[in-house]
Design a binder for this molecule. Structure first.
Ligand code: ADP
Ligand code: MG
Length: 358
């Protein structure tokens, strides 16, 4: 986490990734699932942007949309995905294949989905080096060894000749990260990369990602359902709920001053925080609804302790809720806070967003 750096980076640069009003839906026999429903966010070089939310909130579909990995019955229906100044939605399948695993790399929860069991780890890294950087022979071997060393795999020369099953879970995830780095990406998308690992190994992988980021000025999009992991790794956080980003803030601001009742609920569910009167962990009752209707209301309202009648009929827009120059947005009818609730509701209803130039 490097909040100061992030603020600086943001002030004087163009984002490496700018997602604008992205909408991805799945057309099933039964219903249209609006898995990603008007999502916008930016990522700058050297910055880690977290996407956090419960299971089913649309985090993975957001990542897969950016990579253009949405298959039928799903399709990207709207939006722009500006990467390095170019819209990925306009790219041909061939161009996307070279961007995937090239300037954008992905790390998933299960390292075995990225590793082929029948090839040695070394062969797979060397294949990535050949495809994306044109390296072969002893040059590729040397580079593969350096990559394994860079991700903290000891005895790299020997381990190159081993198969994925000979690696422990943590070492496998390190090998996947080495493969991702083989292409010298500018953006690394991590989808719950530490969720399957025990906490000690998880902490080591998070530390590794931070080191690599600093060395390479990597932009990282980090998806997790775990607020504790967000606190460790993110500079800026997007909180997702039922296909929408309902809050966006720098990590310290989000933890110190969460505005959306959903974010407040997530933070109260972190062990060690928000213990109630009876010393039990408070959790948010219920589940994320399937976003299968137009958002003409607040999708969180049925679970929200602060919901009032208007929440069922007015869709909340992102409002600026930060102090002075902090970029902090929350999509909740309770905001803006400095006017009456009726006036606030009118602003949301009339579609006057305060998203500004973010
Ligand atoms: P998360 O990663 O936040 O747990 P996902 O992005 O995987 O959530 O899913 C978001 C929503 O999209 C869920 O309601 C899920 O059921 C739906 N969804 C994802 N993939 C498909 C698919 N291939 N077909 C139909 N619905 C899908
Ligand atoms: Mg997911």
């Amino acid at each position: 986490m490097s909040t100061d750096q992030s603020t600086k980076t943001r002030a004087d640069a163009e984002p490496i990734l700018s997602v604008e009003n992205l909408r991805t839906a799945f057309y099933t026999d039964k219903e249209v699932i609006r898995a990603v429903d008007g999502v916008s966010f930016d990522i700058y070089r050297g910055e880690t942007v977290g996407i956090v939310g419960e299971s089913g909130s649309g985090k993975s579909v957001t990542a897969r949309s950016i990579m253009r990995l949405i298959d039928s019955p799903g399709r990207i229906e709207n939006g722009r995905i500006m990467f390095d100044g170019e819209d990925l939605i306009e790219k041909s399948p061939k161009q996307m294949r070279s961007i995937r695993g090239g300037s954008i790399a992905m790390v998933f929860q299960d390292p075995l989905t990225s590793l082929n069991p029948v090839y040695t780890v070394g062969n797979q890294i060397k294949e990535a080096l050949r495809l994306h950087r044109g390296l072969s022979g002893s040059k590729a071997t040397q580079e593969a060894i350096e990559l394994l060393e860079a991700v903290g795999i000891p005895d790299a020369n020997r381990r190159l000749r081993e198969y994925p099953h000979q690696f422990s879970g943590g070492m496998r995830q390190r090998a996947v990260i080495a493969m991702a780095l083989a292409c010298d990406p500018e953006l690394l998308i991590c989808d719950e990369p530490t969720t399957a690992l025990d906490v000690t190994i998880q902490a080591q992988i998070l530390e590794l990602l931070e080191e690599l980021q600093e060395e390479r000025d990597l932009a990282i999009m980090f998806i997790t359902h775990d607020m504790g992991v967000i606190a460790e790794i993110a500079d800026r956080v997007n909180v997702m709920y039922a296909g929408e980003i309902i809050e966006n803030a720098p990590v310290v601001e989000l933890f110190e001053s969460p505005k959306h009742p959903y974010t407040q609920g997530l933070l109260n569910s972190i062990p060690g925080q928000g213990l109630g009167e009876d010393d039990r962990l408070s959790t948010i009752e219920g589940d994320v609804p399937t976003p299968n209707e137009d958002p003409t209301y607040c999708r969180f309202a049925p679970r929200c302790p602060k919901a009032f009648d208007q929440c069922d009929v007015v869709h909340p827009k992102p409002m600026s809720v930060g102090s002075d120059d902090t970029e902090h947005l929350a999509a909740c009818l309770l905001y803006p806070e400095d006017i009456s609730t009726d006036e606030a509701v009118a602003i949301h209803r009339d579609g006057n967003t305060q998203r500004g130039d973010n």
